[in-house]
Each structure stands twice: as structure tokens, then as C-alpha cells.
Write a protein that binds this ligand. Structure first.
Ligand SMILES: Cc1cc2nc3c(=O)[nH]c(=O)nc-3n(C[C@H](O)[C@H](O)[C@H](O)COP(=O)(O)O)c2cc1C
Length: 788
């Protein structure tokens, strides 16, 4: 019956439909597109107690059990979309109870929905049971889904609340879909294939799938699917049970990891244990061997103890002798019993005993493990002996000090030898003469401090050298020969030379003694530096020579002076005599001539005396060297002037035929360069006056004398050139010697001292003089003096 329409207003077709509508035993109704009742048949009243008027303002959904509303809503919507799904829900009776109904829907093009419902005929008990199952399904924490196998693509027709919670999708979103929408691109394809096979073969399976929730998050789904069969045995549905095992997976993964770690640890531990076991086994074997070796070594040690050539004793931690070996007993002169339990320090010199005790205490406290020293021990007969003592601490297995072993070596002989050696050495070390001990192959084995000092080496350096390094006379081949002589004669004394580190050669007097000591050959060399001695000798020789020279000179001097004086004296004598006897008869000219001769002779003697005095003064240093700043040009010019007007010089010219130049030649003076210089004026006068006088004296008539002064930066060079007699070649090397005169000077007066004076005066200035001369051509004297 139409909810708000009278049957009289219906068309014939509608009437026919209404008839079917009314005839139906099912709940039939027509709903508007909003789900409101438009028409319903009388079954609604019969089965559910509702009058059509009562439902006029109601919607079909309003009477659905709220729990079933979503699925009912979905079913309605689906049918609007031309998808038809059967629906089962609980529908409200007018009395408020709910009845299970199965619905089918169909939508008409005008938007109406035709719904046919069938009340489930289940018994109330069954109903209750179904309800219970449903509640159980809804209450379970596992997701439960049912897929319809009769429909294409096996859509889900049911899912419980837990499924909604696990996946985040609502029932409405899920129903009608295949569950694969939960899968992700990396869901295990093997597991998916397994499901496919199960579905194909109609069997159950359990797989673990990686699925995705609605919010995109991933969860691990343990899915069990099992078939539901119809009473006829055909599979109608599949039930899926989904369990979110994400947490379990995590725990399992963690567990897996820790299992792996544990397995690893177990493995490591097992390996370690295996190794330990192996080691223990090896140790066991080793220990057994060691025990055997220990027994053997104990026996050996005992034998060593008994037969050792040094004294050995065992001491307790207080220093008491526990046992001693025969050598020890012999050394100290006591029996074994007499030594036992005596303190070791009883045998030590009182000076050493206290130190010994302190060291021993340190040993017993395990602060040191071993010590050794040399000390004096006392024998039973009161005699002392020098011993080298070594004490070693022995610990027990627990590392605690147990006892000590003392080993004593008698070193009396060595100590005695050593002290003798020390004595000898200190003697040698302190000796003022250089001492060396040299091996047969020339190695220097010992040197004393004097040797090191005199050679400028350190002692350690010398010990690395060979004899030829310091004695150039003893090169290896010479040394070998020398060694043969040493062996033959036992000792040698010779003069030689040593070379210092700075390669200075010093003369030495060597005393060498051949030694044969303990089968080894040595030579002990004492070297005396004779530099001073030689110098003194040379000095003495020189002094002797000089004395001889002086003697020579003196006699030559006396001879020459006497000779030089004789001529003027004779002249004076004869002229004076002539004047005395015949002067009154001689004409004036003749008298004057003789008077002049006397004057010339006196002048000569005076000159000679002057020269001798000047020379003596220069030689004895009485003429002091006093350089002052002078103008050399002016000085030379003035000197020339003086010489030109020197009447004495003029007068000194003899007037006999032997001398062909009665007139003095002129001096031509020239100069160049800066003439200022620091020179001793007095000495310079001697030099130049001498040289110029000579040039004037030996120059031919009219031939001028060239006098040139060349002033360079550092030197003043005086060149005096004449065209006089010249000096014969044979005389030239001796021309500066005292009293030497050219062999061609004839009767020209002169002392033979002038050039000696020149030479000495030049030397005082650190200058030089050179004479270039040729007989008949002339002489050039070049005197070079430093300007300051
Ligand atoms: C009852 C049932 C429940 C299922 N539940 C899930 C599920 O929760 N997650 C999932 O990934 N697949 C689930 N599947 C499997 C897929 O629906 C589908 O059968 C599988 O992907 C293999 O088929 P295909 O090759 O057509 O995808 C379920 C299948 C059935 C029958």
C-alpha cells in the first residue's frame, strides 16, 4: 500500500503491481531517493507491526539497527549506482525488537528504490547464537573479512570493526572491494601468489603481507584465509583473518638481531673457549714437559752449585747463609757448617757492611731484584780478599720474595793489578813529557794529558788514531821497518817530528821502549817537544854567526878606516910638512893649493867619521824613526839647491888628472803627483843626499843628473839617473855592503858607507831601493818609500 496514495487513483498497471505487492510474503516497499518510505505492503504490519501511516515520515534506514546502519547505507547507495548487493541487517519491529532481514534493492530511473526484505526464519535460539557470533566477530581484535566467491573479483561483503581499526578504512569504503587495495608495490609477490594458489585450489593458507593503512602508514598483516563451503560442498565464501603483527615483526626483528648478536657472542665465546681449551691443553703438555725439565734443571743447577768455580751461597731474606758451595767455603776459609746461618755481612769489611745491609734490605723487600758490587771480604785467617758480588732475588710462584742467591768471584788479583796500573797510569798521566802506548800495528792505545795538550787533540780523539796520523815520519811502511828495529834493540832514542791537529809540525825527541805484555807487543813512546831547545840552538848559532860577522866587520872596519884615514892623513902630513919647511919660499898659489889639500883631506876624514857615526846611530836605533807630514817636492827642490851651492862638495873635487870632471854637473829635478807624504825628514835627507852626491860625483862634466819624484797614491818613487862611470857588474851585488866601493872608482874619494846608510834608512821606512847600472852608461837609483 502506498503510504500517501489511495488505490482508487492508481493506473491499471500500478494496480496490477500493487496486487503483486500485496500478494507478496516479503516485506516490500518503495523508497524515495532520500530513503523515505513511499509505499509498503501489509507484510510490514503482519511481520513488523508497523502501520503504513506510522512510517510515513520515516526513512527506511531509521529502523535499521544502528550497528548495521553503515552497511545498510552502503547497500542503498550501491543500488542507486546500479550495483546491487544483498544486504542482511537487523530491522526494528514496532515492539522495539530487531529482526534479522535479508534485503534486495533495485533503483528505478526516476530515483525510487524498490526494496524487498525477507525476515530470517531463524529460531530465536539460533538468532541469539548468530547475534552472539556477530558480537564475537565484532569484539575480536583480529580483523575479519568475508569475500564472496560467487561474485567477480571476490568482493568483500563483510568486515568487522577490528579490520576498520587496523586498516583505517570504514566498512562502507571496504565493502564491494577486493582486499588487494591494501597492498603496496613492494608487497611480497611470493605471498600474494600463495593466496592466489589457495583461492584457486580452495584451500587455507597463512601469509604475512606488507599492507598500507588509509593514512599511508605501513603495517605487517598476518593473513589467514580459509574457504567456507555450502551444504553441497561448493565454496561460496572465503573468510580472511587479519592480524596486525607490525609490533611483533619489530620485536621479532629486534629479537632476530639480538639472536644474531647472541649467536655471534656465543660463537666468539665458543672460539675463545676452544682456544683457551687448546691453550690449557698445550699448557698442560708444556707443564709436564716443564716439570720434567725442572727436575733435570734442578739436577743441573745442583751440579753447577757444587762444581762452580765461583763462590755461590743461598741467603734467606734476613741475609743468613742457608747453604754454600765448596768454592765459597774455600774462599772464606770456613767449613759448610761454620758458614751456615752466619750473616753474610759478618764477612764483609765494616766500611761496606752497612751499605751492604741496606741494599740487601731493599732486595728482600723486592724493591730491587738484583745488585752487584765489588767489596772486600774477610777470610777466617783475617786476610782480606776483593770480591765481585752479585746478589739476585728469587721469588716464589706467588711472586713473593723467597730467598737470594749470592755469587762471589775472587778479584783480588785483578784489583791488585788494577791499583798498580792506576798508580802507573797516574804517574804517566801526570808526566810532563808526552807518553803514548802504541800497538805493533800502529794503533794508539794510550796517551797522557801532556800528549793530548801538545798535539791539540782530546785524549779520546787520539785513541782513535794511528801513529802515522800524528807522526808523519812513521808512515805504515816506515813503521813496520821501525818496529823491527825496536824489537831488535829494545829501546830507541831519536829525533823526529809530530804533527798537531792543526797540522803544525813540532820537533820531538823520542824515547821508545819495546814491551811484551801477556803475549802482546807494545811500544811505550815518550816524546819531548824540542821546539824551544831547537830555537835556542838556532839562536845560539845565529848569535855565534853574528859575533863572527861583527868580528869580521870590526877588523874590516878598522882596516878600512885606517886605510881611508891614511890617504888624507898622508896628504895632510905632506902638505903640512911642505908648508912648514918651504912655505915661506912658495908662491902664494902653491901655498893656497896645499892649504886646500889639507882642508879636503880633513873634510874627507870628517865625512868618514860622520858616515861611521850615522851608520852606528842607525844600527843601534839611536836615530829615531820620526815620520812627519812633508811636501816632498819642496823638500827635494831645496835639497838640490843646497847641493848645487855646496862649496864643500865643489872643493872635494880633486884637481889631478885622474879625475876628469872638475866641474859639478847640474841637477834637473822633475816631479809628478801629490807630493805630500809622512816621511822621516832626517833619514830622507840622508838617502837623497847620498844618492845625489854619488850621481854628481861620478858624472862626466856637463852631463846633468836627472832627479824625478813620482808620487803615487801609496808610494813616493825617487829616481836619480846619472850618466857617470857606472858600477861594474861584479860589484853590483855587493854595492850596499859596508865599505864596498866600485872597483872603477879610482882615486875618487869615498868611504864605502854611503849606500849602506841609504839602504838602512830605506829599510827603516819599509821601502826598497834598486840600482840599475852599466859601466860607461850610468847609474839609475830608484828608491821607493811608502807615503805614510
Ligand atoms: C577473505 C580474503 C581476505 C583477504 N584479505 C587481504 C588482506 O587483508 N590484505 C591483502 O593484501 N590481501 C588480502 N586478500 C587477498 C587479495 O584479496 C587477493 O586475493 C590477492 O591479492 C590475490 O589475488 P590477485 O592476484 O587478484 O590480486 C584477501 C583475500 C580474501 C579471499
Amino acid at each position: 500500500m502506498h503510504v500517501n496514495q489511495q488505490s482508487s487513483a492508481l493506473s491499471p498497471l500500478e494496480l496490477k503491481v500493487q496486487t503483486f505487492f500485496e500478494l507478496s510474503e516479503d516485506l516490500c516497499c518503495i523508497l524515495g531517493s532520500d530513503g523515505a518510505f513511499k509505499a509498503l505492503n501489509s507484510v510490514w504490519t503482519d511481520c513488523l507491526g508497523w502501520q503504513p501511516e506510522e512510517l510515513r515520515s520515516q526513512t527506511w534506514l531509521a529502523l535499521v539497527d544502528p550497528q548495521d546502519t553503515p552497511s545498510s547505507q552502503t547497500a542503498l547507495k550501491s543500488c542507486i549506482n546500479q550495483k546491487r548487493y544483498p544486504l542482511q541487517n537487523r530491522y526494528r519491529h514496532k515492539d522495539g525488537t530487531y529482526h534479522r532481514c535479508q534485503w534486495r534493492f533495485s533503483a528505478t530511473p526516476d530515483g525510487d528504490i524498490y526494496a524487498i526484505g525477507k525476515l530470517a526464519t531463524a529460531s530465536p535460539a539460533l538468532e541469539t547464537q548468530v547475534k552472539l557470533y556477530h558480537q564475537a566477530l565484532e569484539a575480536t581484535t583480529c580483523g575479519i573479512t568475508i569475500a564472496d566467491l560467487h561474485k567477480p573479483d571476490y568482493p568483500i561483503i563483510y568486515c568487522n570493526r577490528a579490520f576498520e581499526q587496523i586498516t583505517g578504512y570504514s566498512q562502507a569504503e571496504v565493502l564491494g572491494q577486493n582486499c588487494r587495495f591494501l597492498q603496496t608495490p613492494d608487497t611480497d609477490p611470493v605471498a600474494v601468489e600463495q593466496i592466489r594458489i589457495c583461492l584457486r585450489e580452495g584451500i587455507s593458507c597463512k601469509v604475512i603481507l606488507k599492507n598500507q593503512r588509509k593514512d599511508g602508514s605501513i603495517f605487517w598483516n598476518e593473513l589467514s584465509i580459509s574457504p567456507v563451503r555450502s551444504p553441497q560442498g561448493s565454496i561460496t565464501h572465503y573468510i580472511g583473518v587479519q592480524t596486525d603483527i607490525t609490533h611483533r615483526q619489530l620485536v621479532e626483528a629486534t629479537l632476530q638481531k639480538s639472536n644474531e648478536a647472541l649467536a655471534m657472542r656465543v660463537e666468539t665465546r665458543t672460539t675463545a673457549l676452544r682456544k683457551l681449551n687448546q691453550r690449557l691443553l698445550t699448557e698442560l703438555v708444556g707443564r709436564k714437559r716443564a716439570e720434567a725439565a725442572l727436575q733435570e734443571s734442578e739436577a743441573r743447577l745442583r751440579a753447577i752449585f757444587e762444581r762452580a768455580t765461583i763462590g755461590i751461597c743461598r741467603l734467606d731474606l734476613r741475609g743468613q747463609i742457608l747453604e754454600s758451595n765448596p768454592v765459597m767455603q774455600q774462599m772464606l776459609g770456613y767449613s759448610e757448617e761454620a758458614l751456615q746461618f752466619r750473616e753474610f755481612t759478618d764477612f764483609v769489611h765494616p766500611d761496606d757492611a752497612r751499605t751492604e745491609r741496606t741494599i740487601y734490605e731493599d732486595l728482600a723487600d723486592a724493591e730491587i731484584e738484583r745488585y752487584e758490587r765489588e767489596l772486600q771480604l774477610f777470610r777466617s785467617d783475617g786476610k782480606g780478599l776483593w770480591a765481585h758480588l752479585t746478589v739476585s732475588l728469587v721469588k716464589d710462584d706467588g711472586g713473593e720474595p723467597s730467598f737470594a742467591i749470592a755469587m762471589i768471584k775472587d778479584i783480588t788479583e785483578r784489583r791488585t793489578a788494577e791499583s798498580a796500573l792506576r798508580l802507573t797510569r797516574s804517574m804517566l798521566d801526570g808526566a810532563a813529557v808526552a807518553a803514548f802506548l802504541v800497538s805493533a800495528d800502529g794503533r794508539i792505545l794510550y796517551v797522557n794529558e801532556t800528549a793530548a795538550l801538545s798535539l791539540g787533540y782530546r785524549r779520546s780523539e787520539l785513541l782513535r788514531l794511528r801513529i802515522h796520523d800524528i807522526a808523519p815520519d812513521f808512515q805504515p811502511e816506515v813503521w813496520a821497518e821501525h818496529w823491527g828495529m825496536l824489537k831488535e834493540f829494545g829501546s830507541l832514542c831519536l829525533d823526529s817530528q809530530h804533527q798537531t791537529k792543526e797540522e803544525k809540525i813540532i820537533p820531538v825527541e823520542l824515547t821508545e821502549n819495546y814491551l811484551l805484555f801477556q803475549g802482546q807487543e807494545y811500544v811505550c813512546i815518550f816524546a819531548l817537544d824540542i821546539t824551544e831547545h831547537q830555537r835556542a840552538e838556532a839562536e845560539a848559532r845565529r848569535a855565534l854567526l853574528r859575533e863572527q860577522e861583527l868580528n869580521d866587520l870590526r877588523s874590516r872596519f878598522i882596516t878600512t878606516i885606517s886605510h881611508q884615514y891614511r890617504a888624507p892623513l898622508t896628504a895632510i902630513h905632506s902638505s903640512a910638512e911642505g908648508l912648514g919647511q918651504y912655505g915661506h919660499q912658495w908662491p902664494v898659489e902653491k901655498r893656497e893649493l896645499h892649504v886646500r889639500r889639507i882642508q879636503v883631506a880633513v873634510n874627507q876624514m870628517t865625512q868618514l867619521l860622520d858616515d861611521v857615526l850615522t851608520l852606528g846611530a842607525i844600527e843601534s836605533g839611536k836615530i829615531p824613526f820620526q815620520p812627519i807630514l812633508i811636501n816632498l817636492g819642496e823638500f827635494c827642490q831645496q835639497l838640490c839647491e843646497e847641493l848645487k851651492g855646496d862649496r864643500e862638495l865643489q872643493r872635494s873635487q880633486p884637481e889631478n888628472e885622474a879625475y876628469p870632471y872638475p866641474v859639478l854637473p847640474p841637477i834637473r829635478f822633475t816631479q809628478a803627483g801629490d807630493p805630500t807624504a809622512v816621511i822621516d825628514r832626517h833619514l830622507l835627507r840622508h838617502i837623497l843626499a847620498n844618492l845625489l852626491t854619488n850621481a854628481l860625483k861620478y858624472s862626466p862634466l856637463g852631463e846633468e843628473v836627472h832627479f824625478h819624484l813620482a808620487c803615487e797614491e801609496e808610494f813616493a818613487i825617487f829616481t836619480i839617473q846619472d850618466s857617470g862611470l857606472g858600477i861594474p857588474e861584479a860589484d853590483q851585488p855587493h854595492i850596499f855592503e859596508l865599505f864596498h866601493r866600485g872597483s872603477n872608482v879610482g882615486s875618487l874619494p869615498g868611504t864605502g858607507l854611503g849606500l849602506s846608510i841609504v839602504k838602512k834608512a830605506i829599510e827603516l821606512h819599509s821601502g826598497e831601493i834598486e840600482l840599475i847600472s852599466q859601466v860607461g852608461v850610468g847609474t839609475t837609483a830608484i828608491a821607493t818609500l811608502p807615503k805614510c
